[in-house]
Design a protein around this ligand. Structure first.
Ligand SMILES: NC(=O)c1ccc[n+]([C@@H]2O[C@H](COP(=O)([O-])OP(=O)(O)OC[C@H]3O[C@@H](n4cnc5c(N)ncnc54)[C@H](O)[C@@H]3O)[C@@H](O)[C@H]2O)c1
Length: 271
């Protein structure tokens, strides 16, 4: 019997929340994490998942992923309450819409500290915990431990006016490959998922920024980008991403997959 336990960062809402729900439905014990100031939303999400999935084991822990100390505590509290950690989903991220010639040093620090350093903190603290637990089969009845991170389609092809965000996601792709090589001897796989245009608060922010820069009303940029670029003809839902992450990357069917950044974007074509 496997005893699978996951942490999903930035999961009080959006893609992370959909992933956490999917993992709970698939029998994972799950820790919902978000920034400490979102404690109310974290607990609302915990309650929502508990009410939707009978017998689920779900906890909430506030922690800022940009802080190594916070992430260490997040891992420790999860293991104390739920048991050996078998999956880390480093999902938390922020977007920034700015032409490159307007970007300040502070802008770079802000984006890289969450999207890159935050993900690094999650990857490394999870890996230390997994290595300390020993063989995954003996510790939790699984063949391999898994670490996953949020990249983006812009990790393969940047969006203009999202240059620093795009660069941060290229960094995620690189770190994921490097980490997968160093972790393989410890029976830990490391992969990333790359969503396209997902209808969440993040895209509301991007839509607002692009609208301001390019002279469009609220909601128009999301519609325009979805219509023009997505082959399947609709904006992605968080559940589309949760299908790849929960249904495949977190499942035993992906035990032989490592070092990959898998795209789930409805077939985005840049014209
Ligand atoms: N929405 C999209 O179209 C899209 C596309 C590609 C990739 N992604 C990536 O998917 C991930 C989730 O995106 P989303 O659309 O759900 O965004 P979102 O803004 O709806 O949710 C992100 C969550 O992360 C949390 N967060 C931010 N900084 C944090 C920190 N320092 N510590 C802990 N939590 C923090 C936020 O509070 C928020 O709840 C992000 O990494 C994003 O870059 C999103």
């Amino acid at each position: 019997m496997s005893r699978r336990t996951a942490i999903v960062t930035g999961s009080a809402r959006g893609i992370g929340k959909a992933i956490a729900l999917r993992l709970a439905q698939d029998g994972y014990a799950v820790c919902i994490n978000d920034i400490p100031s979102s404690q109310d939303v974290i607990f609302a999400t915990v309650e929502e998942i508990r009410s939707q999935v009978a017998d689920s084991r779900v906890i909430g822990v506030g922690a800022d992923v940009t802080s190594s100390v916070d992430v260490e505590r997040l891992v420790k509290e999860t293991v104390e309450q739920l048991g050996p950690l078998t999956l880390m989903v480093a999902n938390a991220g922020i977007a920034q819409v700015k032409p490159l010639l307007s970007v300040t040093e502070q802008d770079i620090d802000q984006v890289m500290s969450v999207n890159f350093k935050g993900l690094f903190n999650c990857y490394t603290h999870a890996a230390r915990q997994m290595i300390a637990q020993g063989d995954p089969t003996e510790a939790a009845g699984v063949n391999v431990y898994k670490i996953l991170g949020a990249a983006s389609i812009v990790a393969h092809k940047p969006f203009p006016k999202l240059g620093i965000y795009s660069a941060s996601k290229w960094a995620v792709r690189g770190l994921t490959q490097a980490m997968s090589m160093e972790m393989a001897p410890h029976k830990i796989t490391v992969n990333a998922y790359a969503p396209g245009i997902v209808g969440t608060a993040m895209w509301e922010h991007i839509d607002g920024g692009l609208g301001e820069l390019e002279g469009r009303e609220k909601g128009e940029s999301l519609r325009l980008y979805s219509d023009r670029f997505i082959s399947l003809g609709r904006t992605s839902t968080p559940e589309d991403v949760a299908g790849l992450v929960g249904g495949f990357l977190a499942d035993r069917d992906s035990d032989y997959v490592t070092g990959q950044t898998m795209v789930v974007d409805g077939g985005i074509i840049f014209t």
